[in-house]
Design a protein around this ligand. Structure first.
Ligand SMILES: Cc1ncc(COP(=O)(O)O)c(C=O)c1O
Length: 408
């Protein structure tokens, strides 16, 4: 008789995992206060402003500028640090599309670098090879919440006179060497979209320590106006990318709850690392003392099919899901293989635009391996469970491994 649920056996787990998003009376109270204040926009209310200040202070950044999404934050940050038409910006090939589209939206050109399979972040040793005379910036992504080697990235940037815009969309409170990410380069950007550990359904923030970058970011966010300037005077090519006070209200409540939740995720991630690393065929990402805090937006581990009867990753995921687990294959293709990039569809209605970079030449082995063969993700809310829930995940993987012949 079949043991695995994928073949009709009894699933190992029938209980649900924690739900996301999490909210309580605080969100309700702050939302009602925002509603009843009659000040629904950030131009008139105080909630977005006070959240921006608290968020920036927590990350030891001088300025925080809230906008309507993480994607917008990245685009505005690039323009605010001075990156634009024809400039090349280096980014990892394994990230969400927004990292690349923000660069294109700013008029610049994405140039891809492979990831380090031990971090799933940009391989810092490969950045310099990608630098040309057109390179103006580096956009490292703190993937899944794991901080990039910002010492090395900032050193390279300084040597080649490049700007650094951190894509910290998944890395609220993550730390590199005791310092919170986000304002370790010239600017950094976070997302508050629905799946994120701190969420207001949509939203984002730009952090910076640079007064001039902050001035431009505030202006781009608000139709090119100047702070305290005349209402109908517009100086720069901005837009209306403002956040609402309702988002500010929810974010205030979410952020008050955040440190305790972060601690819980870190505790469960440590436990999973310890136990999963003992299973042959499952590889956890190695610890690094310089990563002093990790938001754990994603718990990432590697799958080695040769220890699971050569069953492809998709089959393993299907088996895990049938056993009652929430697990993702992650990105299915590296960014350079996305139709947008392959077809250079950057113009109106997807019209081809030559940017002087040949995306068909890319074949970055670690990014491809992550997409096609190895990377597995558990979402952040699973890490809000108890130790027994983590034990179920471990036992689920063990059950599939022990019955791997059933995956044929
Ligand atoms: C790495 C990364 N960059 C950028 C973004 C864009 O953020 P948003 O969805 O808020 O626009 C995301 C969101 O999924 C992300 O994961």
């Amino acid at each position: 008789m079949a043991k695995l649920a994928i073949n009709g056996g009894a699933p190992l787990r029938t209980k649900p995992f924690p739900k996301w998003p999490v909210y309580d009376e605080k969100e309700k109270q702050y939302l009602i206060e925002a509603l009843e204040s009659g000040k629904w926009g950030a131009l008139h209310g105080n909630r977005v402003k006070s959240f921006s200040e608290k968020y920036a202070a927590y990350h030891e950044a001088k300025h925080g500028i809230c906008v309507n999404s993480g994607t917008t934050a990245l685009k505005i940050a690039l323009s605010s640090v001075g990156i634009g038409q024809g400039d090349e910006v280096i980014l990892p090939a394994y990230t969400f599309i927004a990292t690349a589209t923000a660069i294109l939206d700013a008029g610049a050109i994405p140039v891809f670098v492979d990831i380090d399979p031990d971090t799933y972040n940009i391989d810092v040793d490969k950045i310099e090879e990608a630098i040309t005379e057109r390179t103006r910036g580096i956009m490292p992504v703190h993937f899944g919440g794991r901080a990039c080697d910002m010492d090395k990235i900032n050193t390279i940037a300084k040597k080649h006179d490049l700007k650094v815009v951190e894509d910290a969309a998944q890395a609220w409170g993550s730390e590199w060497n005791g310092k919170k990410v986000g304002a370790l380069g010239d600017a950094g950007c976070f997302s508050f979209q629905s799946s994120k550990n701190v969420t207001s359904a949509e939203g984002g923030i730009i952090l910076t320590n640079d007064d001039e970058v902050a001035m431009f970011a505030k202006s781009y966010m608000n139709c090119g106006r100047l702070e305290n300037g005349i209402w109908y005077e517009h100086y720069y090519l901005g837009g209306n990318f403002r956040m609402t006070e309702f988002q500010g209200a929810i974010l205030t409540a979410q952020f008050e709850r955040y440190p305790a939740m972060k601690e819980k995720r870190e505790q469960n991630a440590r436990y999973l690392n310890e136990k999963l690393s003992q299973i042959e065929g499952i590889e956890t990402l190695p610890d690094d003392d310089r990563i002093t805090s990790n938001s754990n937006h994603l718990y990432i581990f590697r799958y080695k099919k040769e220890h699971f009867g050569n069953a492809p990753k998709a089959k393993f995921i299907d088996a895990m899901r049938k056993e009652g687990f929430i697990i993702s294959a992650g990105y299915s293709i590296p960014l350079y293989s996305q139709p947008l990039l392959k077809n250079y569809a950057f113009g109106p209605r997807g019209k081809k635009v030559d940017v002087g970079v040949d995306y068909s030449k890319y074949k970055l082995p670690e990014s491809e391996k992550a997409c096609y063969e190895e990377a597995l993700w558990l979402p952040q809310f699973v890490l809000l469970g108890e130790k027994e829930d983590m034990d179920d995940i471990i036992n689920g993987i063990l059950k599939i491994k022990e019955n791997a012949q059933e995956l044929q």
